[in-house]
Design a protein around this ligand. Structure first.
Ligand SMILES: C[S@@+](CC[C@H](N)C(=O)[O-])C[C@H]1O[C@@H](n2cnc3c(N)ncnc32)[C@H](O)[C@@H]1O
Length: 334
């Protein structure tokens, strides 16, 4: 199991946002929480496999009733723990202090809109001011949260305002992603054209380089779509991240039900329709040796095109998020 270094545990299918682009959106109606005892068993199992970091994700982990106990337990086993959150609950100072007091290794706050009105438009819930207050509280208590932002077809025009927000709010540790398809969302019509993602990445680079903001752009599309000169500079400056844990084979994701999904975008589509057998230390290896999983890996490695595999960027590029190629014909883009 030495390859699996990172894991995600889905704490809940409940959320205080309903984002238009969210891969979990369809599951949120189920209002399900992971059982704490069961989550702890998963953590004990992961400890044996040598996992270094666990990210708690949902739904929204900060409204999972057992979050504090789960974080404490993970830390007690010497595993690093992070949460992916919309940050709204950190407006509650007591709650924020409790989480920081037990110790947490990373908090990533996703920014969903640039003001209260826009936040409501995209998430169908209010929360912009709460998120800003939450970010400020974390900083006031001496924690350094990172923030993330998903570029979609509908917010792409507002990037300059986004940068203004980052500078005003001193949000200095940024991950930029582009919307990716999700198996549970039937229409991916709003996802930006991936050719535009390449040119837009060059624009982000030229804009952010002048700001002093510390950032990484997740290239979930082929690197050849970024203008060559910019790409070379970005690679040298390590401003771009590529190849997900599925491509690297170094991560694992637990659904609320304990079933294994290849990545978060497969929420509700487990590799096998039963929870991982945590009594069996070799359960992950055995799962990965199943015909189903091998078939899946073959699909992942087949994308995007034969041509890509002879490119000198192939090993660092990986062709982008493979789920894009479930919907697009690579030959139209590469
Ligand atoms: C599903 S959320 C769960 C954690 C938490 N509720 C939050 O809002 O950050 C995890 C992260 O995935 C991002 N995300 C959701 N759907 C996505 C999609 N289709 N493409 C790219 N990122 C997505 C969210 O914006 C957020 O940063």
């Amino acid at each position: 199991m030495k390859n699996i270094i990172t894991a995600w545990i889905t704490t809940n299918y409940t959320c205080n946002c309903k984002c238009d682009w969210c891969y979990a959106r369809k599951m949120l109606g189920k209002h399900q929480n992971i059982d704490l005892q069961y989550a702890m068993k998963i953590v004990e199992y992961l400890k044996k496999t040598g996992v270094e970091t666990i990210t708690l994700i949902g739904g929204e982990p900060t409204i999972y009733p057992n979050l504090i106990d789960l974080i404490s337990f993970i830390r007690s086993l010497g595993i690093k723990v992070r949460i992916a959150t919309n940050g709204k609950r950190f407006k509650e100072k007591e709650y924020t202090k409790k989480i920081l007091d037990i110790g947490i290794d990373g908090i990533n706050i996703s920014i969903k809109g640039l003001n209260e009105e826009e936040y409501f438009y995209y998430t169908h819930q209010y929360g912009f001011n709460d998120m800003i207050e939450g970010h400020n509280n974390l900083c006031k208590f001496g924690f350094d949260p990172s923030v993330s932002y998903v570029i979609t077809d509908s917010n792409v025009e507002k990037f300059e305002s986004f940068v203004h927000l980052l500078l005003t709010e001193k949000m200095d540790n940024l991950i930029i992603q582009f919307e990716k398809p999700s198996l549970s969302l039937t229409s991916n019509s709003k996802t930006m054209n991936i050719k535009e993602m390449g040119t837009f990445t060059a624009y982000i680079y030229s804009t952010l380089e002048e700001t002093g903001i510390n950032y990484t752009i997740e290239a979930s599309f082929p690197l050849c779509l970024i203008p060559e000169h910019t790409l070379n500079e970005m690679l040298i400056k390590k401003k771009i991240s590529t190849c997900c844990h599925v491509q690297k084979g170094n991560g694992i994701v637990f659904d609320v039900t304990g079933e294994i999904i290849p990545c978060n975008h497969f929420l509700g589509f487990p590799i096998e329709n039963e929870p991982l057998n945590l009594q069996n230390e070799n359960a992950i290896e055995e799962l990965m040796a199943t015909d189903e999983y091998k078939k899946f890996k073959n699909v992942v490695h087949r994308y995007p095109t034969e041509k890509c595999t002879t490119c000198n960027l192939w090993r660092i590029c990986g062709g982008g998020c493979f789920t894009r190629w479930f919907y697009l014909n690579p030959k139209d883009y590469i």
